[in-house]
Design a protein around this ligand. Structure first.
Ligand code: SF4
Length: 705
């Protein structure tokens, strides 16, 4: 389809693959979106979500159009001016900060925020309010990967690029279903396998997903046994002599302790614990051992776990013992779920991070940032993480929360507890594009934000690729870009340093703070980004290549010794164990055509057709024992709550394991389909990422009373 000259290059606002699109406005203020044939990520292709991207802009029926406020908790929201809304918010924040200290307020934001928005939020909260209580929903999807990279490689740095897919001859896809959740990247894998049938693909997943259709071996492991599996693969690699002793000796540390650990359990025992055939496990190890280029891809199956950091480290160990990192076609590729989770990581947009990979615990790093911002001292203590914020609201430590671009009353684990906590909050601000999020019922102030294509800024995809997103059309009503809202608020608070003339001025300030760091992009302008199309950090303005596709090519890592760290992580079990009362293991996840809590994709009837209703996947053997037929309603209950959904019988799930999609929230006031009624808010002790992939539940056939 030909585009006119006014079609502007931008980036899809759904998943972390970060496909390039062309956005063309019309005279009515609507847009038309097509794949950008020149963009290196997708070469014009779009998945089902990307193909319907224009509805996020063109369907404005649910949009928030003006600021609203309620004067008492019992009163309804009513329309107010921007000044009134922000002055009241500033007055309340100031009162709480004076009375209870800066840790009494918090921002809870989103991996869908643009980098400039993260930057302003970070500067505002950590620099000027003086608390680290800024966390995002990225905590729920990739914080375990962040910790894994830091502990193993020295910094949170994804070493590889998408072009490594076509250069790899063995791909391990674990804890991910990219055929549905990162579809355009998966099409590249499919094309590579079709052109090079000898390429081996190993899929590790407790379910048979569409990703498995390409697998040479599918290890359908028991949920939660990933570390055991990784150690067993390592043992076979070591026994077969398929490790790179030269790399280990020259560039890594910790191998001897690790080797001792992995030899404590036989491969047969490990296979038994994981519930997979030993022969399959050995075959997978053989594929890795024989590979010239071994690439791993993973996402929530490893990250969303109470042992998420251990799962990440044990996977990274496979790359370190085989020397499969820092060379073409090799390395770990963590897939980010959200479009700009990476940008958030770059600016330090989590409650335990500082900009440009600086460390919160490092006094010199805190001083550098403070001096750069011209702010007060930065707090050393990490702020509340996503789930901790709601716990702090519950017990009154936190008085006020400002929720930006996220829908926690669908997406948080053990969500009924979060709902009760929000009801107790003294002051709630909701900044969003949509009137749908359940949080609005608890909001004291509602701030309408501009959506994708209605504001400009930058994002970074899973391969460190930064792209510029233009403002193509005007936002409806009085909605404002998020940075404008936050800067206006900062000025109402009396803070200096928030009077930017343009969004690019914010971005350039962010780039200057990266100078001399491992993700240096100092001075990279919007014009250069537009002219290049995109760049991969680190990047020096004006250099010949568009950035750095691959890190650690010299095998020097960002650790103090310069060597990668092999962590001998033991396999531990910390999840909620099934028992007689709750005998099934529940795992949750995404569907092909929906995005997160459906505030955007739920508007598109074509996307709803794929799975119009919530359901639970049950193995036929379990269904028979429960006397449940296909399509019949079952009540799924845990120690925290219940849902009532239709049973979908499939042999693609292990007996004893059930699967619920995570997308549905409240529908017409009913939360019967909301998976997170049931999930556990237990978290990994380091990454604080919740255990969305494992909790104990009971299933019962629903009988009308
Ligand atoms: Fe958008 Fe992800 Fe689909 Fe690409 S793969 S079109 S980034 S949703």
């Amino acid at each position: 389809m030909a585009h006119s000259a006014v079609a502007l290059p931008s980036t899809c606002c759904y998943c972390g693959v970060g496909c390039g699109v062309l956005v063309e406005p019309d005279k009515q203020g609507d847009v038309r979106v097509t794949g950008n044939p020149d963009y290196p990520v997708n070469r014009g292709a779009l998945c089902s979500k990307g193909l319907h991207l224009q509805y996020t802009v063109n369907d404005r029926r649910d949009r928030l159009l003006f600021p609203q406020m309620r004067y008492a908790k019992s009163r309804p929201l009513q329309r107010v001016s921007w000044d009134e809304a922000l002055e009241r918010t500033a007055a309340v924040f100031t009162t709480f900060i004076r009375q209870y200290g800066p840790d009494s307020v918090a921002f809870y934001a989103s991996g869908q925020c643009l980098t400039e928005e993260y930057y302003v939020l970070n500067k505002l909260m950590k620099g000027f309010i003086g608390s680290n209580n800024l966390d995002t929903n990225s905590r729920l999807c990739m914080s375990s990967a962040v910790v894994g990279y830091k502990m193993a490689l020295g910094e949170d740095s994804v070493p590889v690029c998408y072009d490594d897919i076509e250069l790899a001859d063995c791909l391990l896809v674990t804890g991910a279903n990219p055929a549905w959740c990162h579809p355009i990247l998966w099409r590249r894998v499919e094309a590579h396998k079709a052109a090079n049938p000898a390429t081996k693909i190993i899929v590790v997943d407790p379910r048979v997903t569409d990703t498995c259709t390409l697998a040479d071996v599918h290890l359908q492991l028991l949920p939660g046994t990933d570390v055991v599996l990784h150690q067993a693969l390592a043992r076979v690699l070591i026994e077969n002599g398929d490790i790179d002793l030269n790399f280990i000796e020259q560039h890594a540390e910790g191998f001897e302790a690790y080797k001792k650990l992995v030899f404590e359990r036989s491969v047969a025992e490990a296979a038994d614990l994981c519930g997979v055939a030993e022969a399959d496990l050995r075959r997978a190890a053989g594929y890795i051992g024989a590979a010239q280029g071994f690439l791993s891809m993973w996402t929530m199956g490893l990250n969303q776990s109470v042992v998420g950091v251990d799962k990440n480290l044990s996977l990274l160990n496979l790359h370190l013992i085989t020397g499969q990192i820092g060379k073409p076609g090799a390395g770990p590729l963590s897939l980010t779920g959200q479009p700009n989770a990476m940008g958030g990581r770059e600016v330090g947009g989590l409650s335990n991070l500082l900009p440009a990979h600086r460390n919160l615990a490092n006094a010199q790093h805190r001083t550098e940032v403070q001096q750069f911002w011209g702010s007060g001292p930065l707090a050393e203590k990490p702020g509340y993480t996503a789930t901790e914020m709601f716990e702090a609201l519950e017990d009154g430590r936190l008085k006020a929360i400002w929720i930006v671009c996220t829908n926690p009353l669908t997406s948080l684990p053990n969500v009924r507890q979060a709902e009760a906590a929000l009801a107790k909050a003294r002051f709630v601000v909701v900044q969003d594009i949509s009137s749908k999020p359940e949080t609005l019922a608890y909001a004291d102030v509602v701030l309408p934000a501009a959506a994708w294509a209605e504001k400009e800024g930058t994002m970074t995809n899973s391969e460190r690729r930064i792209s510029y997103l233009p403002r193509v059309v005007a936002a409806p009503g009085e909605a404002l870009p998020d940075v404008e809202i936050l800067c206006r608020f900062a000025r109402k608070m009396g803070f200096s340093g928030f009077d930017y003339a343009t969004t690019e001025a914010i971005y350039l300030e962010h780039t200057r703070l990266t100078a001399g760091t491992t993700l240096d992009i100092a001075g990279l302008t919007y014009a250069e980004l537009r002219q290049r199309g995109s760049v991969q950090w680190p990047y020096r303005p004006g250099q010949a290549a568009s950035g750095t596709p691959r890190l650690f090519t010299d095998h020097r890592f960002y650790t103090p010794s310069g060597r990668a760290q092999i962590h001998p992580v033991a396999a531990t079990f910390r999840s909620e164990a099934p028992d007689l009362d709750f005998p099934f293991i529940l795992t949750t996840g995404r569907l092909r055509d929906q995005w997160h809590t459906m505030t955007k994709t739920g508007k598109v009837s074509k996307l709803r057709q794929h799975s119009p209703q919530a359901f639970i996947e049950v193995h036929p053997h379990d269904a028979q024992a429960l006397q449940v037929q296909e399509g019949e309603l079952v009540t799924v209950s845990s120690r925290r709550g219940s849902v009532r959904v239709a049973a979908r019988l499939t042999t693609g799930i292990r007996p004893g394991v059930v699967f619920l999609p995570m997308h549905w929230g409240k529908i017409l006031g009913s939360d019967l389909h909301r998976a997170n009624n049931v999930t556990s808010n237990a978290v990994d002790p380091i990454s604080k990422e919740p255990d969305f992939k494992f909790c104990a539940v009971q299933l019962e056939k629903y009988r009308k009373p």
